[in-house]
Write a protein that binds this ligand. Sequence first.
Ligand code: NAD
Ligand code: TYD
Length: 334
Amino acid sequence: MKLLVTGGAGFIGSNFVRHVLREHPEDQVVVLDKLTYAGRMENLADHEDNPNFSFIQGAIEDREVVAQAVEGVDAIINFAAESHVDRSIEEPDAFITTDVFGTQVLLEAAREQEIGRYLQISTDEVYGSIDEGTFTEESPIDPSSPYSASKAGGDMLVQAYHRTYGLPALITRASNNYGPYHYPEKLIPLCVLNAFAGIKLPVYGDGMQVRNWLYVEDHCTGIYTALTKGNVGEVYNIGGPDECPNIEVVKRIVELTGNDESLIEYVKDRPGHDVRYSLSSAKIRALGWEPKTHFAEGLEETVQWYRDNEWWWGPIRSGEYLEFYKRQYGQALQ
Ligand code: NAD
Ligand code: TYD
C-alpha cells in the first residue's frame, strides 16, 4: 500500500512512520506535514534515505498541496493536528483551521480522487470526562476544551463524508500516548526533562486527574489494525492498559530520575480540566489488537530514551518554547 501520513513529523505520526517502514516493508509512506513547532524533521531522521519514504512540506488546509500529495495513494491517515490543550485555551484559532477545516480539505481530496481508505486519528478527549466506568464508541461526544471540540468537529465531518458521499472512512480514538519523540509541552516529557535539570515539576490542581496511558508503539499497532481490518463508517477506541492519577505519574518520574518529591510543585489548575479519561477497547481487541506495554515498564523505557537522546530534545528547550513555558507556568524555565 502507498500511505499518505499527514502530520507524520509529529510525535505519534513519526512513530507510526517508523513502525510501518520497519514492520511492513512492502508499504510506501508519503508524509505531508506543515512542520509547526511540534513537527520536526529530526523525528524522521532515521528514514530520510529509505526509498519507501518521501516527505512533502505543506498544510492540510492547502487544497493545492493536498491535491498533489494524495495522487496515487491507497490510503490517507490523518494525524495532522494542533494537539495541546493548554495552547488551545490560550489561542484556539489554529485548532479550528487545522483540526476542522484541514480535515475537511483532506476529506474532499479523498472524495475527488476516490482514495480507497481514510483513517482519522482522533482522541478519547472528544467524549469529555467520565467519573466512573469507561467510554465505548457509542458514548456521546461531549468535549471540554477548544482542542477536544476541534477534534470532535473533525470526527463529525468524517462521519458525514462517509454517510453522505460513501467515503470509505473510519476513525480511531486513542487515550493519552507517551513514549519517544513526545514534545516536552505534555505532562510526561515535560516532567522528565525538568527532573533531569532539577527544575520544579508542575502539577495542575490537586493532581488527582486520571489518564489512561497508552505506549505509542501500541497505538501504532492499533492504527495499523484498524486501517487493514476495521470496517468503514466505524469508530474504534484504542485505550492503554493502565490508568494512573497525574500525581502518581509525576512521583514515578521523580523516582526514575533519582530526585525527591520536593521537586513537585502544585500550580493553578487548567480551566475546564477533564477529571478522568477511560476507554473500552473491546471493539478493536475483537480485531486481534492488544496493548503490549504496561505503564510501569513503558515509563521506564521512556525516561531512558530521553536520557539517551539529548540531541533530540536539547534544541527544543529554547526560543519559542521558553516563551510558551513562561506564559503557561508564570516562571522562567532557566
Ligand atoms: P503533535 O502535536 O506531536 O504532532 C502534530 C503534527 O501535525 C506535527 O508534525 C505538526 O507539524 C503537524 N501539523 C500541525 N498542523 C498541521 C497542518 N495544518 N497541516 C499539516 N501538518 C500539520 O501531535 P501528536 O501527539 O503526535 O498527535 C497526533 C494526532 O493524534 C493528533 O491528531 C491528535 O489529536 C491525536 N491524538 C494524540 C494523543 C496524544 O496523547 N498525543 C492521543 C490521542 C490522539
Ligand atoms: P497533557 O499531557 O497536556 O495531556 P491531556 O491534557 O491531553 O490529557 O496533560 C496530561 C494531564 O497532566 C492532564 O490532566 C493535565 C496534567 N498536566 C499537569 O498537571 N501539569 C503539566 O505541566 C501538564 C502539561 C499537564
